[in-house]
Design a protein around this ligand. Sequence first.
Ligand code: UD1
Length: 426
Amino acid sequence: MSGIEIEGLRPLDGEVTVQGSKNAVLPMMAAAVLHRGTTVLKNVPRIQDVFCMIDILTSMGCKCNLEEHRLTIDASSIGRVAIPREYVTAMRSSIVLLGAFLGRAGEAATYYPGGCSIGSRPIDLHLYGLGRLGAQISEQEGGRIAAAAQRLAGGRVRFPYPSVGATENVLLAAVKAQGTTVIEGAAREPEIVSLCRMLEGMGARISGIGEETVVVEGVNELRDSEYTAPGDRIVAGTYLACVMAAGGRAYLRGADAAQLEGVLKVLRRMGADIQTQPSGIRVRMGRRPKPVSVRTAPYPGFPTDLQSPLLSLLAVCDGRGQVWETVFEGRFATAGQLRRMGACIELDGNRAEVRGVYPLRGTRVEAPDLRGGAALVVAGLAAEGRTGIVGCSHILRGYEDICGDLKAMGARIRRRTEADEGTDGR
Ligand code: UD1
């Protein structure tokens, strides 16, 4: 199995450009389907999830062209509205295509995303929201879901929980629906704001952007547009954690401090010296992290996607810290791997109690999921000896070049291919 190898305990010093945001770009790619024309997205990260979304759109009849970080999607004509099952299994966030194809063609079909390593990930809120806009949803054999509407009509959607994906799905379905859609209890994540701004550029009429209540006035036509995706706040947060684990300093060009306000507050409490600038974030760390107690929550709370990297920092903190995971119940799989590296972590339901140990011990560990895998990279930087991380396909789903970026900051890190494994017999 290919993997990543790290030799820890080397302070970092360097600068990198943070890649474009995965979670912003994926729903924007879905949004392109709403328009019978061309949409250009810039600063698109070259990662597995984006490639998978390109494959899905291509299989549905769109013409996609990714050159460097510029993606052109021509959705002038589409050939089908049913998402093939294998893609749904490969990428659960393909569920946002349901609202987009409903908005475009008045019908769409997909499959239940099923279980996931970070929790059950139900889609009841997505289906409820689309139903409020007049979609008839039928659940068919083998987990197939079909949605159809003669003409979507604006409606009032009241979410009991601010689901990011469900908010995106309803936004996409509402853009060309007849009349006004009011979404109450909408998610307020920066990715929702980016999606709304991009939709506005396409000609959508949206108010309350970034607020709990978002109002969409349906329009008949959209236009060709271009949009530049923001830097990925989760990748930026991961790299901040890397510098804090290894010690040293770095400049993260393209990291948006406004989107990371809550995170930066926590990292400063842990001892990081962080300077924010319009073009990026500067971080310096000269000591072991101080302990903190943190609870994950929907935006503007501490993001669940940075809980695992935070756990790695707490694993080497100078004292005892705690993390409560309130968003995805299964997101403590990293704890077991960190323990293999010598971490002292006790789990009690959705709470992790951590006693810092420094340094950790380099050993062979396995990436349990995307952010959990990145967290093991953070831990490897604070570990004595060599850390070998296998199961890196998870990491590649979301990080364009984590090894190259950390190398540019002075880390001793490299990708190991299967050919390498063969040469030394391991
Ligand atoms: C998105 C992000 C993911 C991030 C998450 C929370 C993408 C591609 N993924 O995921 O990285 O961790 O937001 O910030 O953007 N829920 C329901 N019913 C539903 C939908 C969700 O109960 O119909 C629950 C989920 O099980 C979970 C919680 O709501 O407990 C949050 O999920 P949601 O906000 O929908 O996350 P995603 O859109 O899947």
